[in-house]
Structure formats: structure tokens, C-alpha cells
Write a protein that binds this ligand. Structure first.
Ligand SMILES: *Cc1c(COP(=O)(O)O)cnc(C)c1O
Length: 217
């Protein structure tokens, strides 16, 4: 699907849901995609991209950033504590803050570097053992802890379980955000971004629908 088609679908859903046009930020998830496909989307004027791995992003984005002005890069995947400093240099926004140790590391490095990317706290809305994220019933306490550390938390992020209706998870995420007075909602991917917009997503993360299937071979 073309970038334009995705943008049209976003605009249509914003209208249908009674939301302001352009309120949803589209993060084009470029992980694993060949550089030529990413470059084509940059050429079309898109500037907001998401990656899953620090190492992979470090390999391709410094060059793209030199050639294209105004790139905004989002880290969507798990962040190891020992890669935090590198991630803070490379990414404008981190969506995977999910544990106290990482919060403390981000706070310490913020002091040292004098800046910190905007942060989303990842919530494990499906309580899946293998998935990252703070458990829903621990979210309020963790958000408070991050605020005490003066971290720039702007919202919450979730990845619903593959086999469940995502809308229920989006609604839960929105509810936790609202009671904690957080505005950002990072939710919705290629298969469900319209349902996420209906539930108030501010940031949708769309990969394969824009770039085509990822070839992990
Ligand atoms: C890969 C990925 C996406 C994009 O997935 P698509 O189904 O290709 O749109 C979104 N969010 C996260 C956290 C991802 O890892």
C-alpha cells in the first residue's frame, strides 16, 4: 500500500471517529526493510520513522539523517540498559520504558547529557509472560516513579496479544493514561491502526502496510 493510501485511511478514520484531522502521528516502521524502500518513503516527504533495535538503527539512520532534514526517530523495541546512552543519542522518542532499572539509567544519563528523549511507558496489557511491559496493575506506581525521577514521560504504549481483539487492549491503555493524565497513546499497527485511532491513538506504528512484508531471510 502506498504512503498516501495509509494517510488517506488515517484521515478517514479521524473523521469517522470525530477526531481532529492530522491529530494522529504516523510512525513508519522501517525495521528490517531494505534501504531503498526507506529512502523512497523519505523522498515522498515522510519524516517520522520507527526502529526496533538500537544497533540496526545506528547502522542506517546517521546517513539518512545527514541526507534528509527533520527526521524524527522512534525506538519501539526493548532497550537494554547498556545501550541506553547510544539510544539517547540516536532517538527522539523511546516507546519501551518498561522497568525501574531503565528509568534510573535514563534519569542518570539525562543529568549527565542535559537532555532526554520523550518517553512512552510500555504496558503489558495482555499480561503475557514473554512480552515486555509493566503489568496494568503496576502502571500507576511506575508512572509515579518515573515522574519522581523527572523523566519526560508523554504517554503509554502497548502491543496487544496477537490472538485477542486489540480494541479491548487499546481501551485499557487509554483508561490507564487518562487516570494518570497522560496524553500520548502509542498503539495500532498495520492490521489494526484504524481501531487504535477510534480509541484515541496519538501515535500509530505502521510497518508492513507501508513498506511491504519484512524479509527476515
Ligand atoms: C514491527 C513493529 C510494528 C509494525 O508492525 P507492522 O505489523 O509491520 O505494522 C509496530 N510496533 C512495534 C513495537 C513493532 O515491533
Amino acid at each position: 500500500m502506498s504512503l498516501q493510501e495509509i494517510q488517506d485511511r488515517i484521515a478517514a478514520e479521524e473523521a469517522r471517529a470525530g477526531r481532529a484531522q492530522g491529530e494522529t502521528r504516523l510512525i513508519a516502521v522501517s525495521k528490517v526493510q531494505p534501504d531503498a524502500r526507506v529512502e523512497a518513503v523519505l523522498e515522498q516527504g515522510h519524516r517520522i520513522f520507527g526502529e526496533n533495535k538500537v544497533q540496526e538503527a545506528a547502522g542506517k539512520w546517521p546517513d539518512f539523517k545527514e541526507r534528509f532534514d527533520g527526521v524524527e526517530l522512534h525506538l519501539l523495541g526493548p532497550l537494554q540498559t547498556n545501550k541506553t546512552k547510544q539510544a539517547m543519542a540516536l532517538f527522539d522518542v523511546i516507546h519501551s520504558l518498561d522497568r525501574p532499572k531503565l528509568a534510573q539509567k535514563l534519569a542518570a544519563l539525562s543529568q549527565e547529557l542535559g537532555h532526554c528523549p520523550d518517553l512512552f511507558i510500555q504496558i503489558n496489557t495482555g499480561k503475557e509472560a514473554q512480552k515486555a511491559g509493566v503489568m496494568p496493575d503496576e502502571a500507576d506506581a511506575f508512572i509515579a516513579e518515573c515522574r519522581e525521577l523527572d523523566l519526560p514521560v508523554i504517554g503509554l504504549m502497548c502491543i496487544p496479544p496477537a490472538e485477542e481483539e486489540p480494541s479491548l487492549h487499546f481501551a485499557l491503555l487509554a483508561k490507564i493514561a487518562k487516570r494518570n493524565e497522560l496524553e500520548g497513546l502509542s498503539m495500532g499497527m498495520s492490521g489494526d491502526f484504524e481501531r487504535a485511532i477510534a480509541q484515541g491513538a496519538t501515535h500509530i506504528r505502521v510497518g508492513s502496510a507501508i513498506f511491504g512484508a519484512r524479509d527476515y531471510g
